[in-house]
Ligand binder design. Sequence first.
Ligand code: MN
Length: 501
Amino acid sequence: MSFTELSKQLDTYCTPDDLQLVERSFEFAKAAHTDQKRKSGEPYIEHPLSVANYLAKMHLDPATIAAALLHDVVEDTSVTIEEIAKEFGSDIANLVDGVSKLGKVRIRKDFSATIHPDDKLEHTVFHSFSRQVEILRKMFIAMAKDIRVILIKLADRLHNLETLSAVDPDRQIRIARETLEIYAPIAHRLGIGEIKGRLEDLAFPYAYPKEYQRLQKMVGNKLAAKAQYLEKVKKVIQEELDKADVKGEINGRAKHLYSLFKKLEHYDYGLDQIYDLVALRIIVDNIEECYTVLGIIHKLWKPLPRRIKDYIAVPKPNGYQSLHTTVFCLDGQITEFQVRTRAMHEQAEYGVAAHWHYKSHPKEEKAPPHPNPNELSWVQQLADWQNKFHNTQELAEALKFDLFQDRIFVFTPKGDVHNLPSGASPIDFAFAIHTDIGLHCAGAKVNHKMVTLNHVLQNGDMVEIITSKKSSPKSDWLNFAKTSHARSMIKQTVKSKAGVL
Ligand code: MN
């Protein structure tokens, strides 16, 4: 990575004045970090340069790029935030200050005092829970002030993951898991699909090495065969688009490995049940053409029932828009298509970051209307609330304000995190820990209180499962078990018991 590369990137959308500002901050950072080296042995400046370059690819404004170059200066050198303000103005200084404040996570003493009373939770046990809550708390405060701080932080995390092999194994696992549990969901919630996917794929092999290798073996060959197949489909579609006089960009796309892993868990590793292992994405100029293209696809091939999704008419909560359909395609192979405009594509890849695009959208197309003008009101609310909480327990409650709309994360008493679908019950949690724990689940405590097994778990809950050898699955568990793993295990045991009677 060199400064020339970065300035080439900036040249595509910045003025000479902007470029000068960025160059000045580069020289400043380089001088401040001189003599410092990364764990990998590279000169330290490589890191801020890579972070800045990543954000430049997203066409973020020059202040963000400058702040990215300076983001570790205050934390890691003798330069003060006042000097940055004097040299580069308050906007850039505030961004650098915001990122620096996120840098160091210290656990507030009063936090440990409340959840860690007499119930003999080991200190380390509690530590990981507090740490995650504390990171989230800081992220929310920073987000509410200026979302660009989080964008820099996410790019920072991305480059740290890219160079994670140089770090000790203990830290590798911690950083990788924190990425999957906190940073990637935040990227998702902000609609930044590009960063979310890359964070997850980079963290996955460190966080779950065995599962990663297993999955790679499973999909490796299939993906290569699918890629060839998609080329054939692409030709057919291209011809039809030409006939209809629609200019479209057609891309084949392999599913991110980590999201595939999550999906496979859901389908008990039935790879054949997953149709969107690869998908074709068609990007067109306007909304009318999206529907024209959908019509062309459905005229060529029969769609699968219930797989047509119109996220243009009804966008996802994070602003995502596209048409999705899955069809019996060439040679009867089931294939997914996604159709969207260029602006929708930017929204899908960059989410809130798309709104910070500098001279962003082409003239012929307006920026996508966001479904909710107060898209970040939830961030503000959470940041306001957090001051009122004096302990982790209450804050965890506040986190139920649902950062992860369709998924929740739930803690074991040891602080391990499990990601479950929203609406999940203690039974789902028990099976997520271990099949045997699910099979002998007799009761559950949520945040230290006994609950019934049909209790609906909330984001941030700490759940303890009580097991008994005599206990076994009941058929009414099926009324509230949500994960397919739990459901299939319950059905299996209930059936075999019925057979014996
Ligand atoms: Mn950094």
